[in-house]
Design a protein around this ligand. Structure first.
Ligand code: TMP
Length: 217
């Protein structure tokens, strides 16, 4: 028996967490028991790594190479502690970000060698791949406006090291995601996240419905 693994990707401000929650609700109403996860994080070890990567004062001096390895340390733990066993048990997993974020952020954004990034990811995930990836796309300017609005309204909470990067960084990240979508159109579905929340959800649902089978928990 094998489950269904769906990842959500995209730059900041695309509404990923809202869409993960909406999809989980809809699946629950149909009698499924989806498991929602996030990266970096999703395990006790991963959540500590997340804090270090995003919020810790100690991260001011973090080098791109250390960032790449920490992202994948969190991922290696999540895959073995949670994702692999859950898939074996036939569960549905909804993950807010997975390895495409590493290609986009550490590869394209931080400009680390893409082949090296790929080999680190492969070491971290082993044979595990998402069956479906929903790439929520918003223009860089919209993403920036949403990010700044969140910071201004105080809903951003703790300082976030990633949100301190400049516009050219996010443009490279967005370009990276577009490249990934073009390279793997079977797995990666581009969703226009400038639409209303309901319209985005409906589009996501159409992609997910194709993958649902009575085998999934
Ligand atoms: P988020 O959970 O609020 O999206 O924050 C996670 C941040 O970490 C986000 O800025 C993207 C970044 N990130 C990477 O740079 N590489 C990765 O592999 C992952 C999973 C996230």
């Amino acid at each position: 028996m094998s489950g269904l693994f769906i990842s959500f990707e995209g730059t900041e401000g695309g509404g990923k967490s809202t869409q993960v929650a909406l999809l989980a609700d809809r699946l629950r109403k149909l009698g499924h028991r989806p498991r929602t996860l996030r990266e970096p994080g999703g395990t006790s070890i991963g959540e500590e790594i997340r804090h270090l990567l995003k919020h810790s004062e100690a991260n001011h001096l973090m080098m791109p190479e250390a960032e790449l390895l920490l992202m994948n340390a969190s991922r290696a733990q999540l895959v073995r502690e949670v994702i692999q066993p859950a898939l074996t048990a036939g569960e549905i997993i909804l993950c807010d970000r997975f390895y495409d974020s590493t290609t986009a952020y550490q590869g394209h954004g931080r400009q680390l060698d893409l082949e090296l990034v790929r080999s680190v990811i492969e070491f971290a995930v082993g044979p595990v791949r998402p069956h479906l990836t929903l790439l929520l796309s918003v223009p860089t300017q919209v993403s920036e406006e949403r990010r700044l609005a969140r910071q201004a309204s105080g809903t951003a909470g703790l300082r976030d090291r990633f949100e301190e990067a400049d516009r050219t960084f996010f443009e490279r990240v967005e370009y990276g995601f577009q490249q990934i979508a073009e390279a793997e159109p079977g797995r990666v579905k581009l969703v226009d996240a400038t639409q209303s929340i309901e319209a985005v959800h409906d589009e996501i649902w159409r992609h997910v419905a194709v993958h649902l089978s009575p085998n999934c928990d």
